[in-house]
Design a binder for this molecule. Structure first.
Ligand SMILES: [Zn+2]
Ligand SMILES: [Zn+2]
Length: 185
């Protein structure tokens, strides 16, 4: 029974001896063909099949997640720029509490919008779009009235960085975006 195991040859490289097998399909694989996963060595075919099953998103899920993150981020941004500045240092306290809460809510809306499906890159796409949304919200909040009030666009561009660079809002945006990243798969 327990005699010397027969020599194995890699399924993709018939000239290479190996002692490894894919632990899912049992195919002999050489070190170059093996992929080390959390559950041991697997062949590329098994890893790709697993990945395809895990990432089950429809083609429009990723753009949808990005759009939701941008729009809700803009809403949060407009609110943050409008409210936080008016309440002084207390704004930082609000930002600390509201940032993760806003991020959690945005992540939940995204998860429902995409039917809880998973797409590669969805978490960082949503997080970046959430950050961009906050700035967009601030831009609309301070930029639109200024332009409507007759401020020349060139002048607006000069003062805009100073208006948008607010540590309390950026803290809130960073906390919201990192919560979105952490909550999504
Ligand atoms: Zn395999
Ligand atoms: Zn091989």
């Amino acid at each position: 029974m327990a005699d010397q195991p027969a020599t194995l040859y890699c399924a993709n490289h018939p000239d290479r001896e190996t002692m490894l097998r894919c632990n899912r399909c049992d195919k002999p694989i050489c070190y170059q063909c093996a992929v080390l996963t959390e559950v041991g060595y697997r062949c590329r075919e098994c890893v790709n099949a697993q990945r395809a099953r895990y990432y089950n998103a429809a083609p429009l899920d990723l753009p949808l997640a990005a759009a939701v993150a941008l729009i809700l981020g803009a809403l949060v941004g407009a609110l943050a720029y409008a409210i936080l500045g008016a309440i002084g240092w207390f704004g930082f306290l609000i930002a600390f509490m509201a940032g993760p809460a806003a991020g959690g809510a945005i992540a939940e809306v995204i998860r429902r919008a995409v039917g809880r499906r998973r797409a590669p890159g969805m978490k960082w796409t949503a997080a970046i779009m959430c950050l961009a949304g906050v700035l967009l919200g601030g831009l609309l909040l301070v930029g639109a009235p200024a332009l409507a009030g007759g401020l020349p666009p060139a002048m607006l561009l000069r003062v805009l960085p100073r208006l948008l660079f607010r540590l309390d809002v950026l803290l809130l945006a960073g906390l919201a975006a990192s919560t979105v990243y952490a909550r999504l798969l």
